[in-house]
Design a protein around this ligand. Structure first.
Ligand SMILES: Cc1ncc(COP(=O)(O)O)c(C=O)c1O
Length: 408
């Protein structure tokens, strides 16, 4: 049996009529740059996420870059974030001249650890005597925290927001992998909110493999503030505030109208797809538990810490379903799955603090043991909505077979 890591053809087959009609309407209009297709999609996304402003961008990367540019991040600024994420999170910081400052993850969730953040801010950061400003030991001003809602699970936002408020830091969410994921504040009992609504601004990626995927690159910036919204809209148009009058330097970060049409056709199905992904995760959980793999600590299941919060339905949207296995078993297991026709992937094999391009930041192996262990132990399994029960059973059986044949 063949179980690819992802199969987008089935999704397209089911929605071909809707998608083609919306794409055709854009082609008929010949309005390819911004215009009604983008505006309508932005309005629909804003309503779905629960944010006043949604600005279509050319990719998740550009959505982040535009936010950093619009907020004036640059040399002399430092931003706290996770070393266990896709490259863009830290790459964009470097591109504007800011310094990424990494802190370790919570090994249970793979997300930025509030305890590690607190530790850095209390022990490593330096408080400027005159201004009271927090600085890195190398002198940059600590301005923001970027929590990344990795694999579709929202970070511990109560803790992160409390810390940010206490220390006057901005919170910018990398929600690239978490469209529709929910979290409720246990602290004040407010109803669940979606990824992207907690910080000053957030960005999403619509890379084709995402839960809501375009037919190419696409992204979204969101924010609450009217002035930031206006600045983002100008930033994606080379800083243009009036035709051919440029108030500042931006870029071409516009969402393509054809991509907006595709995404708009898919949006009504997103919640159903996320529900299917959660059902698939539950099926894996049952299969691995029944096979005794969890009890014997051969597999660590993805944590779902917000599952019990009242009213939270989409606590984890399982953009990726990432298990942990003993480090020595991970690559052989991947090869075994491949021999059984099962696709899998490693997100991510090398944490960002150890990437060659960040050697200048001065980190070394051992600085973030939880991120480094995750890089050695994690394996993403197929979780896409169209998976059948038989395919899930095949993946689970192949994994059980692998561990049966392991010595010890
Ligand atoms: C966590 C994270 N941040 C940023 C990005 C960048 O998004 P894009 O690939 O749309 O530029 C991605 C997408 O792969 C991501 O997963």
């Amino acid at each position: 049996m063949h179980v690819p890591l992802l199969d987008l053809k089935e999704q397209y087959a089911a929605l071909r009529g809707d998608i083609d009609a919306r794409v055709r309407a854009v082609i008929d209009s010949q309005h390819f740059i911004l215009g009604p297709a983008v505006a309508d999609f932005e309005a629909a996304m804003g309503a779905f996420i629960g944010t006043p402003h949604a600005v279509g961008m050319s990719s998740g990367t550009d959505a982040q870059l535009a936010i950093l540019m619009a907020l004036g991040f640059g040399p002399g600024d430092a931003v706290l974030t996770t070393p266990y994420t896709f490259f863009a999170t830290a790459g964009c910081l470097s591109r504007v001249g800011a310094r990424p400052v990494f802190v370790d993850i919570d090994p249970a969730t793979f997300n930025l650890s509030p305890a590690a953040l607190r530790d850095y801010l209390g022990r490593v950061a330096v408080r400027d005597g005159q201004s009271g400003q927090l600085r890195t030991p190398t002198g940059e001003r600590l301005r923001a925290i970027i929590p990344v809602h990795l694999f579709g699970l929202v970070c511990d936002m109560d803790e992160i927001l409390a810390l940010a408020r206490e220390l006057d830091l901005l919170v910018l969410e990398d929600a690239s992998q978490a469209i529709g994921a929910q979290y409720a504040s246990g602290a004040d009992g407010t109803p669940p909110r979606q990824a992207g609504t907690f910080g000053e601004a957030a960005w999403f990626s619509f890379f084709p493999s995402k839960n809501l995927g375009a037919f190419g690159d696409a992204g979204l910036s969101v924010c609450r503030d009217d002035a930031l919204d206006a600045k983002l809209r100008a930033t994606r148009m080379h800083g243009m505030t009036e035709q051919y009058f440029h108030t500042f330097v931006g870029g071409n970060f516009r969402l393509d109208a054809l991509q907006a049409a595709v995404l708009h056709a898919k949006l009504p199905h997103l919640a159903g797809w996320s529900a299917r992904r959660r059902e698939n995760a539950a099926a894996y959980r049952r299969a691995f538990t029944d096979a005794g793999l969890v009890k014997r600590s051969l597999i660590t299941l993805p944590a779902e810490p917000w599952a019990e919060q009242p009213g939270v339905r989409e606590h984890h949207i399982f953009h990726q379903y990432v298990i942990r296995v003993p480090a020595a078993a991970r690559d052989p297991l991947k090869a075994h799955l491949s021999a059984r026709g099962v696709g899998s992937a490693i997100y991510y094999p090398l944490p960002l603090h150890l990437q060659e391009c960040f050697a200048n930041l001065g980190y070394k192996a051992g600085d973030f043991p939880h991120a480094e262990a995750a890089a050695r132990e994690s394996l993403a399994l197929p979780i896409y909505p169209e998976l059948t029960a038989a395919q899930i059973a095949h993946v689970a059986a192949a994994i059980a077979e692998f561990f049966q044949n392991q010595p010890g």
